[in-house]
Design a binder for this molecule. Structure first.
Ligand code: GAR
Length: 212
């Protein structure tokens, strides 16, 4: 099968990027190859992770640009790198509709909650876990989904749930959701996509001949 060129979009620490790098190192990304890490901030530690692994990096600062301008620059860069799949891995920027038209069912996002709970604009990073604890739900987890113009609204690929504990803080919950859900689901979804195992019909994503 022809290789799939995967660009990872980041804004911060990049632990999900690291999970993808580690998966690639183990041969667990299937036909996927990490070809670009694009950051919305030059301070993102994710850039260091990419450089340490020899993956090309680009920075397009979000600050001081209109959403449309930022989106256009991102699209130009993704085209330059002949990107097949875009992965949003802690990418804290909302792109304009033009992006989703070009990358329909070719962009994957990881969200640290069980969509459709605790998602949408304003639900990102630690805030998600603060809201989960405040609400008092007993289960939380992570969702990997195709990204569309509705924030956190695209077809769901994989989800995993874990218990919320009485003594959880936003930080302990975030860490457990990352370790036990996000870092497993994201590389798995990327591999399934790159190996041509995902079929999308409307809101439904079907996984074909999965071998575990
Ligand atoms: C992750 O928990 C990711 O799911 C979340 O931000 C964190 C980034 O961590 N993304 C969102 O909340 C997007 N709505 P990382 O930079 O260490 O991967």
């Amino acid at each position: 099968m022809a290789g799939k060129r995967v660009a990872v979009l980041v804004s911060g620490g990049g632990t999900n990027l690291q999970a993808l790098i580690d998966a690639q190192g183990r041969g667990d990304l299937g036909a996927g190859e990490l070809t670009l890490v694009l950051s919305s901030s030059s301070d993102a530690y994710a850039l260091t992770r990419a450089r340490n692994s020899g993956i090309p990096t680009r920075v397009i600062e979000r600050k001081g640009k209109k959403r449309e301008t930022f989106t256009r620059l991102v699209l130009e860069t993704l085209r330059e790198y002949e990107t097949d799949l875009v992965v949003f891995a802690g990418f804290m920027v909302i792109l304009s509709p033009e992006f989703f038209a070009e990358f329909e069912n070719r962009a994957i996002n990881v969200h640290p909650a069980l969509i459709p709970s605790f998602c949408g604009e304003g639900f990102y990073g630690l805030h998600v876990h603060e809201q989960v604890l405040q609400y008092g739900v007993k289960l939380t987890g992570a969702t990997v989904h195709f990204a569309n113009e509705v924030t956190d609204g695209g077809p769901i690929i994989l989800q995993k749930a874990i218990d919320v504990r009485d003594d959880d803080t936003p930080e302990t919950l975030q860490r457990r959701v990352m370790e036990t859900c996000e870092w497993q689901l994201l590389p798995k979804a990327v591999r399934l996509f790159c190996d041509g195992k995902l079929r999308v019909e409307g809101r439904h994503v079907y996984i074909m001949e999965e071998h575990e």
